[in-house]
Design a protein around this ligand. Structure first.
Ligand code: DNO
Length: 392
């Protein structure tokens, strides 16, 4: 397992020196300032590599997260030939620079979505939370999407009405900002009105349409990735369910099976995100990891605790609903299998995904979910489990 750390580039509040202090050796990053759909040039990539290398800390950019897929590709309209060509060119440039693992997602419009960025945890820390009542309040009463009533239990709909009635403008603004916080780049933060317009562009696009647009994307880029020796790895939907009336198609084992079979090449792989998959009540994350082990090129390790109404909150890395020890056992067994085959990609890069804000994290203003100490706690715990399993 290659201990890695997500770093958002020069804007990150956490320095590369601090990343090195965590013990991680891999840096997971992206060129967030390049607009979606444009080519990542060799110059831009090497500049970022030099920045990471220049620090002289023994760090290396080992995973791209993410090379974003333009929304036109997801919607299946627009100048797709240009977008596919650009994506292939970016892959070629990354390969020229020696970077071989590329994560992306196929979530329409938004990326990961939470309603609360500062849910209190023991001792005064904070955690990310998806609250079904607040999400319903947003959809029904801020966005005005009446159809959303069918997406929530009656009890949640009623509580959403109460939440909105008791809320003030500040609370509603904070809810919107929390929902938008998952978008990593400098682009595409929506106001309620802009979000409504963007959602309208998906009218009539259902699961099957999105799946066929996805299959087309894979057919366009996987052969190039395979030739270049790049391993693509899709990140699951977070949360793994439709939201805002948008279809989501990377949520469970059936979805993953469809994706991996649609281009049956190892270059078409999966980011095993235990937290995203673990938020679905029917997903057995350990079983999913076992089933698709040979296509896992990258792992995001974190945990969530689910609640009966569809809410969930991010738990400590070894706590929550997924048995992290069992999951690591599966990943280590897969690495051993690859090693036996003499494969160069035997070691799976992983990063401690998200973390609570604790101690000195509070008030430091790191990217939501990405504080230093909370993630370091996760990394240290995961490192301990790996060492224990390897010694057993
Ligand atoms: C959340 C992240 C995701 C991920 C993208 C990949 O913290 O894991 O935002 O980077 O979905 O494209």
């Amino acid at each position: 397992m290659i201990e890695s750390w997500r770093w958002f580039g020069p804007v990150d509040k956490i320095s590369l020196a601090e990343v090195a202090q965590t013990g991680a050796v891999g840096v997971v990053t992206a060129l967030h300032d390049i607009p979606y759909g444009e080519v990542w040039s060799v110059d831009a990539i090497t500049e970022r590599q030099a920045m990471i290398g220049r620090a002289g800390l023994g760090l290396q950019w080992n995973v791209v997260e993410s090379l974003p897929v333009h929304d036109d590709i997801k919607r299946g309209s627009g100048d797709l030939d240009r977008l596919f060509a650009n994506y292939r060119q970016s892959l070629a440039n990354l390969s020229t620079c020696g970077i071989g693992v590329v994560c992306y997602n196929f979530m329409p419009v938004l990326d990961w979505t939470r309603t609360t960025l500062d849910a209190p945890v023991r001792g005064g820390g904070t955690a990310l939370r998806f609250d079904a009542v607040r999400m319903a309040a947003f959809e029904l009463h801020m966005l005005g999407r009446q159809e959303a009533e069918a997406d929530y239990p009656a009890e949640v709909v009623a509580q959403a009405g109460a939440w909105i009635a008791a809320s003030d403008a500040v609370a509603r603004e904070a809810l919107l900002a929390s929902i938008m916080a998952g978008l990593p780049g400098a682009f595409d933060r929506y106001s309620v009105a802009a979000l409504r317009e963007t959602l309208a562009r998906y009218a009539g696009i259902g699961h099957d349409d999105l799946r066929s647009n996805y299959a087309r994307f894979l057919a366009e880029v996987v052969p190039t990735a395979a030739e270049l020796g790049i391993r693509l790895c899709v990140h699951p939907d977070d949360p793994p369910r439709d939201i805002l009336g948008l279809p989501r198609i990377v949520s469970d084992a059936d979805d993953i099976d469809f994706i991996l079979q649609s281009e049956a090449n190892v270059a078409n792989g999966l980011t095993l995100c235990s937290g995203s998959l673990g938020a679905h009540p029917d997903n057995d994350v350990v079983a999913i990891a076992e089933r698709f082990a040979d296509r896992i090129h990258f792992a995001h390790l974190r945990n969530v605790a689910k609640e009966p109404d569809g809410s969930f909150q991010e738990a400590d890395h070894l706590d929550g609903d997924t048995d992290m020890v069992a999951l690591l056992r599966v990943l280590l067994a897969e690495e051993a299998r690859r090693r036996d085959e003499g494969r160069e990609d035997a070691d799976v890069p992983f990063r401690p995904d998200h973390g609570h804000e604790i101690g000195p994290d509070l008030g430091r203003g790191a990217h939501p979910g990405y504080p230093l100490v909370g993630r370091l706690r996760g990394l240290a715990e995961l490192r301990g489990v790996v060492a224990g399993l390897q010694a057993a």
